[in-house]
Design a protein around this ligand. Structure first.
Ligand code: ARG
Length: 312
């Protein structure tokens, strides 16, 4: 196993990036389509998505996110209809990007595009061997303080990749077993939130995983979602400080999040639900967690223009 961080020649000129504002990377859905089925959501929606509507929905999230974060853009690529779900391309922390090794052939052509962007922007790259599937923030998520990882296995990501990925930052990793094919990525059923909260759907995990979750997150910090909200991919919630961007979840879930101090913005993201993704999967976090969650209040005053908006 090639357990080393690689640096491109450019990195003798560029030091790893350190963002001082919440920063995300998104990819416009110019080539988005449900033209293969690699999850149960796609199987019932083959060729049923509208690219125009997807673009409108994506843009609403992009614009909303810009009120609390800087958003960089990756150029969309023909032949990569799922590249819009950019959060699955990597996990980023402290200037190191652990790049995905997609389980399905259909998504493997995405990685060179993200790799090139990461290299150009000075990230140190942590590679995962081809034979060991790992799907970025789809299955590997930091806790809110960036001190430990939670990692899913059972559908896409191999359990054996968990330790390898955690070694990139020398942090502990807790492995969780996903048992419901509708929740094929950890980020479809588990979202660590600012303040040490957890939004999750218990039905997606086996008993041993639930024990681990319950031992780590006290009852007062666990926000469990109903099956009905879970199937709107409520747990694919994009969280920046006290702000949460989420799909069209129930009033009761929105109220519960608000009661825990979150400012909730519900967005229509139905075209992406057809592909099996929610709000969080559309944006890859680039800034460290302390920055992402730490300075929301005054961020809209100091936001800089979006990079790469020329192709929107
Ligand atoms: N079609 C993509 C896939 O199956 C969708 C990814 C969205 N996933 C998610 N975890 N929210 O890989």
């Amino acid at each position: 196993m090639a357990a080393s961080i690689t640096a491109s020649p450019l990195q003798s000129l560029v030091s790893p990036p350190h963002y001082i504002r919440p920063t995300f990377l998104m990819c416009p859905p110019q080539w988005y389509d449900v033209d293969y089925a690699i999850n149960p959501w796609m199987a019932s929606n083959l060729h049923r998505s509208s690219r125009d509507l997807a673009f409108t929905q994506w843009k609403a999230l992009y614009e909303a996110l810009q009120s609390v974060a800087d958003v960089r853009l990756l150029h969309p690529e023909p032949g990569c209809p799922d590249l819009v779900f950019l959060a699955h391309g990597a996990v980023v922390h402290h200037g190191v990007a652990a790049l995905s090794s997609f389980s399905h052939n259909e998504r493997r052509s995405e990685t060179p595009h993200l790799r090139a962007w990461m290299e150009q922007h000075g990230f140190l790259l942590w590679n995962t061997p081809r034979e060991t599937a790992f799907e970025g923030e789809g299955d590997v998520l930091f806790n809110a303080t960036g001190t430990e990882l939670w990692a899913g296995h059972g559908v896409r990501t191999c359990r054996s990749s968990h330790r390898h990925v955690a070694t990139a930052w020398h942090v502990p990793v807790h492995s969780l077993h996903l048992v419901d094919p509708r929740f094929y990525h950890l980020d479809t059923c588990f979202a660590p939130l600012a303040g040490g909260y957890l939004l999750y759907y218990p039905g997606a995990f086996d008993a041993a995983s639930l024990e681990l979750i319950e031992a780590a997150f006290p009852t007062t910090k666990r926000i469990s979602v109903s099956e009905s909200d879970a199937t709107k991919l409520a747990c694919s919630a994009l969280n920046v400080g006290n702000r949460i961007y989420i799909g069209e979840v129930s009033d009761s879930l929105a109220a519960s999040l608000q009661a825990h101090g979150f400012d909730v913005e519900r967005l229509a993201l139905g075209e992406f639900l057809k592909g099996g993704g929610g709000a969080k999967s559309l944006a890859l976090r680039l800034s460290d967690l302390s920055t992402t969650h730490g300075m929301v209040a005054d961020i809209s005053e100091r936001r800089s223009p979006a990079e790469g908006s020329a192709f929107l």
